[in-house]
Design a protein around this ligand. Structure first.
Ligand code: NAD
Length: 288
């Protein structure tokens, strides 16, 4: 299939390469020369404008930084430029309202389109093991699923347009709350004279068990290998967690959801990411 891919950064670069490995003809565009050169090395055909990459495409996949860019790229370079009948997939993490607005514009012009944000970081993008949460009609989902399967290990239909973004920000808000709670528990255990490994052995088989503890422990040397064992390098940057918390709190405001712990988590990551945005989000334990 001829697939245009727009946004070949940390995530998009590996995703486009996996589409090539699956046998697709990938037509890549990014504003960055370095990203384009890497995509070419991975077997993509590169273009100097998004509209040129889309002109002959049967599908368009985007992996861009934010909602304003997604809206501008789709309005200016994709909708009305990609051939009628192409399916459009935006995998970026953006606000629910913009996702719904862009999908409505695409549908108005006759395209099937989904929002399909991902769970999993750069390693999962490179390894083709992302989880996609997808919003859109049943028909659009069925068409998108075939393409997403080449880049991920799980593709889940979350409901109508924008519901992929809704699932993503609800999940990441929960993750932030859970990580801060896990870090607080380990810090207090330490203050009370309880060894971290011993607390892990008890809590990981008790009711406090959670993913932030047993898959991603913020304490070095405890639990499976995680960014804490690498001085909090790699993993999921605090700046990206903050981005998702801001989107979550924006959505809470517009939907009227009551999210006091989400709000407090945003405040905590706002302060932390100001100087430590590149560190993995589990490094929040350093502040306690
Ligand atoms: P990135 O900054 O590495 O990549 C974004 C790319 O988009 C860059 O190469 C940039 O040059 C390009 N770009 C910007 N404006 C463009 C335009 N108008 N036309 C074409 N290309 C343009 O970011 P990333 O880490 O790859 O993240 C991409 C998306 O994935 C974001 O929405 C992010 O929130 C989400 N995400 C990232 C991670 C992660 O671990 N990095 C995990 C899950 C989700």
């Amino acid at each position: 299939m001829k697939i245009a891919f727009i946004g070949l950064g940390n995530m998009g670069g590996g995703m486009a390469a996996n589409l090539v490995k699956a046998g697709h003809d990938v037509r890549a565009f990014d504003l960055s020369e370095a990203a384009l050169a890497a995509a070419k090395d991975a077997g993509c055909t590169t273009f100097t404008a998004a509209s040129e990459a889309c002109a002959d495409a049967e599908a368009v996949v985007s992996m861009l930084p934010n909602g304003a860019i997604v809206k501008s790229v789709y309005e200016n370079d994709v909708i009305g430029t990609a051939p009628a009948g192409a399916v459009l997939l935006d995998c970026s993490t953006i606000d629910v309202a913009t996702a719904r607005e862009v999908i409505a514009s695409a549908q108005g012009a006759g395209y099937d389109m989904v929002d399909a944000p991902v769970s999993g970081g750069i390693a999962a993008a490179n390894g083709g093991t992302l989880t996609f949460m997808v919003g859109g009609t049943q028909e659009a989902f069925a068409r998108a699923e075939v393409i997403l399967n080449a880049m991920g290990k799980a593709v889940i239909h979350a409901g109508d347009a924008g519901n992929g973004q809704a699932a993503k920000i609800c999940n990441n808000m929960l993750l932030a709350v859970q990580m801060i709670g896990t870090a607080e528990a380990f810090s207090m255990a330490d203050k009370l004279g309880l060894d971290a490994q011993t607390f892990y052995d008890i809590s990981s088989v008790s009711s406090g068990q959670c993913w932030s503890m047993t898959s991603y422990c913020p304490v070095p040397g405890v639990g499976p290998q995680s960014p804490s064992d690498n001085d909090y390098q790699g993993g999921f940057a605090s700046a990206l967690m903050l981005k998702d918390l801001r989107l979550a709190m924006e959505a809470a405001g517009t939907s009227g959801a009551n999210t006091p712990l989400g709000k407090h988590s945003q405040e905590i990551y706002e302060e932390f990411a100001a100087d430590n945005g590149g560190l993995d989000f589990s490094a929040i334990i350093k502040t306690l």
